[in-house]
Design a protein around this ligand. Structure first.
Ligand SMILES: Nc1ncnc2c1ncn2[C@@H]1O[C@H](COP(=O)(O)OP(=O)(O)O)[C@@H](O)[C@H]1O
Ligand SMILES: [Mg+2]
Length: 205
């Protein structure tokens, strides 16, 4: 049966899928959702997201990374790093992540997403699926790692609105998971993440 919900003011109609989320989970053998990584530049988001995606894939699971730099080449290529543009960037990514999750995929997002209100907005559009994961390292450690040389440039004043230097980072109050990347090595961080993913999505809902 096809059911629709109509918003007459804007002529928008939502069509109801003929495949339920539950059926997708049963077919995939696992549930889906959003692992929302947040943390300073250089904290380890990309490194851990890509390796976690590999581990979940090797289990036969459906997982996909959405990464900051890649999204800014396409979906958000028109946006900069002002508070307004970051807000819009995170809003778009949140909506895309939700669509992926509703299609049965475990989405791992790797964006600094420095503002609490932006992260909370994503949580609010997908409350059952959203898991906030704080990829946690101090500014000092991130600046020492500086894997892309961005902190050096930011200190020289060559990058405006750089998180931690000239723009704020709002630490999550109550993330579902905190991954302390300055205390644990990469393999231990991945074990922590994989265990959490299996606990969260290992049943078919
Ligand atoms: N426990 C750890 N987890 C993740 N990255 C780590 C860890 N320890 C050291 N690193 C290093 O820190 C850097 C993190 O860079 P990256 O993953 O690009 O960060 P981000 O995507 O958050 O900006 C990499 O050079 C990585 O090898
Ligand atoms: Mg990154």
């Amino acid at each position: 049966m096809r059911r629709t919900v109509t918003n007459p003011d804007r002529n928008i109609t939502f069509s109801q899928h003929h495949v339920s989320l539950q059926e997708r989970w049963q077919q995939n053998g696992h549930a889906s959702g959003i692992l929302w990584f947040t943390g300073l530049s250089g904290s380890g988001k990309t490194t851990l997201a890509l390796n976690l995606e590999r581990r979940l894939f090797d289990r036969g699971w459906h997982a996909c990374v959405l990464d900051g730099d890649n999204v800014r080449h396409g979906l958000s290529s028109d946006l900069g790093f002002s508070q307004h543009d970051r807000e819009e960037n995170i809003r778009r990514i949140g909506e895309v992540a939700k669509l992926f999750a509703l299609s049965g995929v475990i989405v791992i997002t790797a964006f600094i997403s420095p503002y609490r209100s932006d992260r909370d907005r994503v949580r609010n559009i997908a409350p059952d699926m959203f898991r906030e994961v704080h990829i946690d390292a101090s500014l000092e450690v991130c600046e020492r790692r500086d894997p892309k040389g961005l902190y050096v440039k930011a200190r020289q004043g060559l990058i405006a609105d750089f998180t931690g230097i000239s723009a704020p980072y709002e630490t999550p109050h109550k993330p579902e998971l905190r991954v302390p990347t300055q205390e644990l090595g990469i393999a231990d961080c991945l074990d922590l993440l994989e265990t959490y993913a299996v606990e969260s999505f290992g049943r078919e809902g």
